[in-house]
Design a protein around this ligand. Structure first.
Ligand code: NAD
Length: 291
């Protein structure tokens, strides 16, 4: 048996086209384009690549991208003051502070300073609470992209057994919330889980968000399972996920590749959240079902 490869790159390209169409409608109606401010502190090479890609994608969708680069030794108060300025700027609909921040800065102080209604990353506790209680807010981009791929692959997810491996605030926990909202039966596994392979074996849906190269083996999987690999691990052999792709392909029903699976969805969902924010702020009605 050979699984289907879930083409996140193609799905994300389609989503970005649909977003761009609605950005054009928004811009005509509001008299301005949606604006995203991205703040990068320091010189971290991977973060600089992410920020550049986000900026390009934002402009590619017809939105305005404004980048703020601060020195690695910037004072926390200066960063918070920039966040305050962006919160008050009516042309800015989304604010993203690229993580990780240098050690002398309290990340929580920064993410909680962002206006929850401009928090397009969905990391503010207010948005975590909204997600947990079913109130419209902003959902973190990576798990949002995963659920889109799952629904595109499987249709209705009701009643399916889902195992999320990882309990981080930015992937594992919001992923679990989204799957509960889709009426899955959800298990969250983590570093202290006993007998992980047995836990994974029962799952119709496996989400791997750990950060350990090829940890999830093919023979852990239930035959026909749908596997979403969030992991991005740089190894000598190149970029690999948290799932042994070749092993999974011989047992699963569908698998996301790394790269080309979840990664492109994360950026597309950031564009989506920025457009949704702009529309809410300006009272413009979008065709959200197409997003
Ligand atoms: P994290 O380090 O914050 O969390 C990792 C989680 O894995 C923890 O909850 C931990 O309990 C769990 N874990 C660690 N060892 C384990 C083990 N042996 N067995 C079971 N669980 C274990 O990481 P994160 O920010 O959630 O990211 C996870 C991975 O996803 C990383 O590889 C990251 O690079 C990747 N990621 C990808 C995207 C994307 O756009 N594709 C976005 C965010 C994160």
């Amino acid at each position: 048996m050979t699984a289907t490869i879930i083409d996140g790159k193609a799905f994300a390209a389609g989503l970005r086209t649909r977003i761009a169409a609605q950005v054009a409608t928004f811009t005509e109606s509001a008299g301005r384009a949606p604006g995203l401010a991205v703040v990068l502190v320091g010189e971290d090479a991977a973060s600089a690549v992410y920020v550049r890609n986000k900026g390009k994608a934002t402009q590619g969708a017809g939105m305005i991208s404004i980048e703020h680069r601060l020195a690695a030794d910037v004072a926390q108060d200066e960063l918070l003051a920039l966040v305050d300025t962006l919160n008050a700027d009516s042309a800015i609909d989304g604010i993203l502070v690229q993580l990780p921040l240098p050690g002398h800065i309290d990340e929580r102080a920064v993410t909680t300073r962002i206006d929850p209604d401009k928090d397009v990353d969905g990391f503010h506790p207010v948005n975590a609470g909204r997600l947990a209680t079913g109130i419209a807010g902003f959902v973190p981009c990576t798990p949002l992209g995963c659920v889109m791929l799952l629904k595109d692959t499987l249709g209705d997810l009701t009643g399916l057994d889902a195992v999320v491996i990882g309990r981080s605030n930015i992937v594992g926990k919001p992923m679990a919330q989204l799957l509960i909202a889709e009426s899955c039966t959800v298990t969250v596994a983590h570093s202290r889980t006993r007998d992980l392979s047995t836990v994974v074996k029962r799952a119709d849906i496996v989400i791997a968000a750990v950060g350990r190269p090829e940890m999830v083996k093919g023979d852990w999987l239930k035959p026909g399972a749908t596997v979403i690999d969030v992991g991005i691990n740089r190894t000598e052999a190149g970029l690999v996920g948290d799932v042994d792709f070749a092993g999974a392909m011989s047992v699963a029903g569908a698998v996301t590749p790394v790269p080309g699976g979840v990664g492109p969805m994360t950026i597309a969902c950031l564009l989506r959240n920025t457009l949704v924010s702009a529309a809410r702020r300006e009272g413009v009605v979008l065709d959200e079902a197409a997003l």
